[in-house]
Design a protein around this ligand. Structure first.
Ligand code: PLP
Length: 367
């Protein structure tokens, strides 16, 4: 069989091997958290924020965010209806209600107009996602947040390096969270990071992430119900090496997107999700929508591609339909992307010939 064309996968060099080896051999005793600290400083400097706290994964960074903002069962949070479910569950863990709203058909990120329509006296925060590495419309979202006095959490899990009008995403709202999961741009298997410019939020998150331990009355004393959410030093070593190479990694993703774009831009019935003017996407997952003019079933297309060892992904189901969550609005765009969206294979080890193979087969299958 032909080479596996993976949906996602990292680009590992000697640098990663060296850092992890060093953390394995030397990252204990007095240097037990050296790589975690270096990772936090490097990410904070790269993004231009004051504080960063590395976590076991992004889901936990999101949960810390919701907890730091004191969300609870009397509160509503406006959440995009198109994401991996971690976005919503991080809010739901606190007892707050997720109010799911629709997405912009051009970016698949939360639609600012839908946010404003969903605000009630109970609304306390907005949870947005920079979907697949595309920046959400941050100027409009922040204007709404200021107008109504709402907190903003940016779920930037896949979007490290993406920019909105020259500013890195994850740095506009009160808190931003990124993932180092193995399918992201910068990977460490599992891993995440919480960033903020607010000292109080950072200090509270740090305490929560380390079991509320203060040592205030005695060694091992804890002053609040905390969690064990910190990153492992070994994991941080891998994440650090990747973050130090972010421009190179993003360059590869952008190149893969361009290879797709050149081959698919004139294919009728395919809408390509492309960065808007003033935005820089990291193209973590290059994505397309099969428009109504294409009669082929999206799931059959994905299955046939899989038989050719080409691994692409369907759109996320609407989270508002999940049994433990609740639907207030129908959100037709999110529904359409769930049913007709495809995220294309974009593992870092793909070359132009692979993208050619994917596109030729895709075009054949939708004829
Ligand atoms: C939008 C979004 N939010 C949150 C997460 C959760 O990240 P992690 O797997 O690091 O917990 C992901 C991961 O896939 C994601 O895509």
């Amino acid at each position: 069989m032909r080479k596996k064309i993976s949906f996602a996968g990292p680009w590992i060099t000697q640098k990663e091997v060296d850092y992890v080896t060093d953390a394995t051999l030397n990252g204990f005793y007095e240097t037990y958290d050296l790589y975690a600290k270096k990772l936090e400083k490097t990410v904070a400097d790269y993004l231009g924020v004051k504080y960063a706290l590395a976590t076991h994964c992004c889901t936990l960074a999101l949960h810390l965010s919701a907890t730091v903002l004191d969300l609870g069962k009397e509160d509503e949070v406006i959440v995009t209806d198109f994401s991996w479910v971690a976005t919503a569950y991080a809010i739901a863990y606190t007892g707050a209600k997720c109010v799911f709203v629709d997405i912009d058909p051009d970016t698949w990120c939360i639609d600012p107009q839908a946010i404003e329509k969903a605000i009630t006296p109970k609304t306390k925060a907005i949870m947005l996602v920079h979907t697949f590495g595309h920046p959400a419309q941050m100027d409009e979202i922040m204007a709404i947040a200021h107008k109504y006095g709402l907190y903003v959490i940016e779920d930037a899990a896949p979007a490290m390096g993406a920019e909105f009008k020259g500013q890195k995403v994850g740095t506009f709202g009160d808190i931003g969270c990124f993932s180092f999961h193995g399918a992201k741009l910068t990977v460490s298997g599992e891993g995440g990071i919480f960033v903020t410019n607010n000292e109080e939020m950072y200090e509270k998150a740090k305490l929560l992430a380390s079991m509320g331990r203060t040592d205030s009355q005695a060694v091992f004393w804890s002053d609040m119900l905390g969690y064990q959410y910190t990153i492992a030093n070994l994991t941080a070593a891998l994440a650090l090496a990747q973050v130090e190479r972010i421009e190179e990694l993003m360059g590869k993703k952008r190149q893969i997107f361009n290879w797709y774009y050149e081959r698919l831009k004139n294919v009728s019935g395919i809408k390509i999700i492309k960065e808007k003017e003033g935005c820089k996407s990291n193209y973590c997952y290059p994505s397309i929508l099969l428009e109504d003019s294409i009669s082929a079933s999206r799931d059959v297309v994905l299955q046939k591609l899989k038989e050719l060892n080409i691994h692409c992904r369907p759109g996320f189901p609407q989270m508002s339909r999940f049994p433990v969550l609740e639907q207030r609005f129908p959100n037709p765009v999110a529904k359409k992307v769930w049913e007709r969206g495809i995220s294309l294979a974009s593992a870092a080890n793909l070359v132009e010939e692979d993208i050619d193979f994917v596109c030729k087969n895709l075009i054949e299958l939708i004829k």
